[in-house]
Write a protein that binds this ligand. Structure first.
Ligand code: LLP
Length: 453
């Protein structure tokens, strides 16, 4: 792959400040003012740029144009149906981890089911049946027991199950411990040293009951938010060695799935060059795979969608407790849990910044936990109640990890494309919060009686 293929056109974010003479500086998503969107749709509000997501997809597609490949977007990063539809229309496949995600792909883009790979260490028999029936591309199998169950379900349904063993390459990648997965101490995958034997057993002619299994590929995923290309290359080199060994054994795999994991720069968006990052990553992989005639499957999540999205929130109160200043917003940890869960850093900017002396404050939500914060001791332009703020780089693992904690309805979601903003998910209603309980009429008519049962 030529190092010069990338044109470097992709900007790191679609959210840019523009200055109009009447209003001063103001934050836009593409050509739309965020203040207008917030006024129309309310806050908290997730806003994504479709154009930006497609730019990122194209970055990968153009870089990989010279080799057989499939980009399987990791649905878990942001599973909005409208995003799945958008990506499917532009050729993407999907990496799913549950029956629920399978149903999302079916609802958004049924034609893309044949481009689905199914990951995850705990697939149930029911989920396998759903995926077999949908004739997905490949099951990424994480244990011998799972492979045995898959063989059984496939035989029962008389459907071919293409599988890839997810191997654990025992490679260290620097990232947050909760999202590092490629070491032997992690729960993921099959130790790479055992893979050759398992492929041999699963494809052996003697094993008649395995005839519904087809060894399709091999997969690996070493973790998420990895900023260096080096561990990806190291993992791929180990996988490539396995593929060659298997070839000598007479087993030729058709695909190598490198998983997801390519990170972004949350702290220095201006200095982040997505094209250079993608290039270094793909180049490391290409080098490791040199000479192998396999299809390269990738499962990017964050890199495609994180920077396309922002969480818009309105300031409710500004208060001082002792020496600390707290900016209390109408969004909380239930809407975006990354700072609370991984101590993640997200840039926060005023949508219509005020002039004056900068303040140092904690930006926190209304949820009753001290962990409910978006930023600590952050330098901000001065803020007042009613002001709008944008929490940036929230397109991945934001809405997807949201909850109803504190009985808070989930935010609405907007997709901006060109000059248009489309509501892709309306705000949840209060009634929806407890609808599953209201169906159990007994709960209200005689709560104690129903609990005793
Ligand atoms: N493939 C597999 C098998 C995965 O487990 C994951 C992510 C991906 C692909 C996509 O990885 P990405 O390209 O997005 O890094 N909630 C965390 C991230 C968890 C990632 C889990 N697995 C966060 O907010 O940082």
């Amino acid at each position: 792959m030529a190092q010069t293929r990338f044109s470097g056109v992709a900007t790191s974010r679609p959210f840019q400040s523009k200055t109009t003479s009447r209003r001063g500086a103001e934050l836009y998503c593409g050509q739309l003012r965020l203040s207008t969107l917030a006024a129309e749709y309310g806050t908290p509000l997730y806003v994504y740029s479709a154009d930006h997501i497609l730019d990122r997809l194209e970055l990968f597609q153009r870089a990989l144009a010279g080799r057989e490949h499939l980009l399987c977007y990791a649905v878990k990063a942001n599973s909005a149906l409208a995003l799945l539809r958008l990506l499917a229309e532009h050729g993407a496949g999907f990496d799913i981890v549950s029956g629920g995600e399978l149903e999302r792909v079916r609802a958004a883009a049924p034609e893309a089911l044949s481009r689905v790979v199914f990951s995850g260490a705990g697939k149930t028999a029911e989920e396998m049946d759903l995926a077999l029936e949908a004739e997905i591309l490949s099951f990424q199998v994480e244990s011998e027991a799972e492979l045995a169950l898959l063989a059984q379900r496939a035989a029962r349904m008389r459907r071919k199950a293409r599988f890839s063993l997810r191997v654990n390459p025992d490679v260290f990648a620097a990232t947050h411990p909760y999202i590092s997965t490629g070491l032997s101490e992690h729960k993921f995958g099959i130790p790479i040293a055992q893979a050759r034997r398992i492929y041999g057993e699963a494809t052996g002619r003697a094993v008649r009951k395995q005839r519904w299994l087809e060894a399709y590929g091999v997969s690996v995923h070493i973790g998420s938010q990895i900023r260096s290309a080096e561990p990806f290359g190291a993992a791929m080199a180990r996988v490539a060695r396995l593929v060659r060994e298997l070839e000598r054994d007479g087993i030729s795999l058709r695909s190598v799935d490198a998983g997801g994991g390519l990170g972004i720069d949350y702290e220095d968006a201006a200095g982040f060059d997505p094209a250079a990052a993608a290039h270094a990553y793909l180049y490391a992989m290409e080098q490791a795979l040199d000479g192998l005639n396999v299809r390269l499957v990738l499962e990017p999540g964050r890199f495609l969608v994180a920077q396309s999205g922002a969480l818009l929130t309105r300031v409710l109160y500004v208060k001082k407790n002792g020496r600390k200043t707290f900016v209390i917003t109408d969004a909380g940890m239930n809407d975006l849990i990354r700072p609370a869960l991984y101590q993640a850093w997200h840039e926060i900017v005023a949508v219509q910044p005020r002039t004056g002396r900068a303040i140092t404050a904690d930006v926190v939500g209304p949820v009753c936990e001290s962990g409910d914060f978006f930023a600590r001791d952050r330098r901000l332009s001065p803020v007042e109640p009613g002001d709008l703020m944008a929490i940036l780089d929230a397109g991945a693992y934001g809405m997807a990890q949201s909850s109803n904690y504190n009985s808070r309805p989930r935010p609405a979601e907007l997709l901006v494309q060109g000059r248009e903003a489309r509501l892709i998910r309306r705000r949840e209603t209060m009634a929806e919060l407890f609808a599953p309980e209201m169906e159990q009429v007994a709960v209200l008519s005689d709560p104690l009686k129903s609990m005793k049962k």
